[in-house]
Design a protein around this ligand. Sequence first.
Ligand SMILES: *Cc1c(COP(=O)(O)O)cnc(C)c1O
Length: 417
Amino acid sequence: MSLEYKKNTLHFSGVSIAEVAKKHKTPFYLYSEEVLSENYMEFFHGALEAGLHHPLVCFAVKSNSNKEFLKVLAGMGSGADIVSGGELLRALEAGIPASKIVFSGVGKTTEEIELGLKKGVYSFNVESVEELELINFLAGKMKKTARICFRFNPEVVSKTHKYISTGNKTHKFGILKKDILATVKNKKLWTNSKLVGLSIHIGSQLLDLKATKTAIERMCDVAIASKVDLEFLDVGGGLGIDYQASETAKVPKIADYMKMIHDTLEKHYYSKTANIARVVFEPGRRISGKTGILVMSVLRNKVSDGNNFMILDGGMNDMMRPSLYEAYHEISPVAKSSKKEVLTHIVGPICETSDLFGTRKMAPLKSGELVILRDAGAYGYSMGSTYNLRARPEELMINLARKLQVINPRGTYEELK
Ligand SMILES: *Cc1c(COP(=O)(O)O)cnc(C)c1O
C-alpha cells in the first residue's frame, strides 16, 4: 500500500505527510514517482505479456499535465494522447517524441492543426469530416502528408457518469460507421492525408469491460470493411480505479483487460486480414489516479442546527471532481483519531454550495489538523482553476530515492490576471 498509517500518522510512499506539511503550506498536491512508475510498467508489460502487437501507450496528458510528471513517463518510453496545442508543447518539452503523440479532440483549431503538422504527430484522431477537410487542406499548404486516425463512434452505452460517457451517438465524440466508410472512399479528402488508424474512447472510469469489448469488436468490423491496411488500432483509455472500497472487487485487472483486447482483436481483426496493425492505448486515470493525494488543513468547524461542517483550506478550484461529477474521493485524517465519528460535511472555502468534497462519518478535527483527499493524481490539479482569485496549489513529488521535489511551485497573487 502506498498510503499507510505508521504510529497513527499517515505516510505516502514511505514519507510522513505531517513532516512534508511542516515545510510546505497547504493545500498542496503530493505525488509518488514510485506509484507512477509501477502503474505505467504494469500497463505496458501487461500489453506485452498478453501478446499485443508492438503496443504504444499514449498517456492522456489531460489527466495530469505536470511537466516533471510527464518526464518520468517519457523516461519509461511512454507516448502521449493530447487534446490541445498547449498539451502538445508540454508533452514535447517533457521529452515525449512527436512520433509517439496522438492528437485527439473534437475542436482542434487551425493553429493547433498547423502545430501538429509542423511537429509531425503520430496521428490526428479526427472526429468529423469537416475536421479532415481542414487538416487535408492545411497539410497541402504545408507540403506535408497528414497521418489520420478516425475516432469511431461505436454507439455503445457505457456504465459511468453521464458527463464522462462519450461513446453514444447523442454525444459529440467520434464518427459513425457509415460516415467513416463513405469518407474513406472520397478521394478528394485524401490528397494530402493518409488513413493510418482507427480509434475508440467510450468513456472514463469504466469498471465493466463489456461495453469496451463491444466497441472494439465494432471497430474491427469497420477496419475490415474499410479495406485499408491500417498501421494501428487505438483502443482508447477509460479504465477505472477504485475510489472506494466497494469498487475494489470490480476494478478490471490489467491482465484481464489486456487478454480481452488480445482475444477480441484476434477474433475480429487478425483472423480476417494479413495486416498486422499495432495496438495503441490512451490511458489516463489508470496510470495517474493513484499517484497523488491532495493535502489540506482544517480551517475551522461549524455547527448549524445539527449539521456539522468541517471547513478546509482547499476547495473546488483545487480539486473539481466532487463538485463537477459528484465524484467520490476517500478523505482521511493524517493523524489517526480514536474520537467518536460524527456525520460531517467536508467543505472548501469557495462561495458555492457545490464546494463540498463529501459528507462522511469522521472523527472531529481541530483547526490546523491535516486531511487528505485520496486518488487525486488524475483530473486534480489539471482541472483546477483560480476561481475566487485563489492562487494554484503547489505540486510536490516523492522521487524514487524518497526525496521530496517541488515540481510546480505554489502560484502567487501576482500571476493572477
Ligand atoms: C480523456 C481521454 C482519455 C483518457 O481517459 P481516462 O479515463 O483518464 O483513461 C483517452 N482518450 C481520449 C480521447 C480522451 O479524451
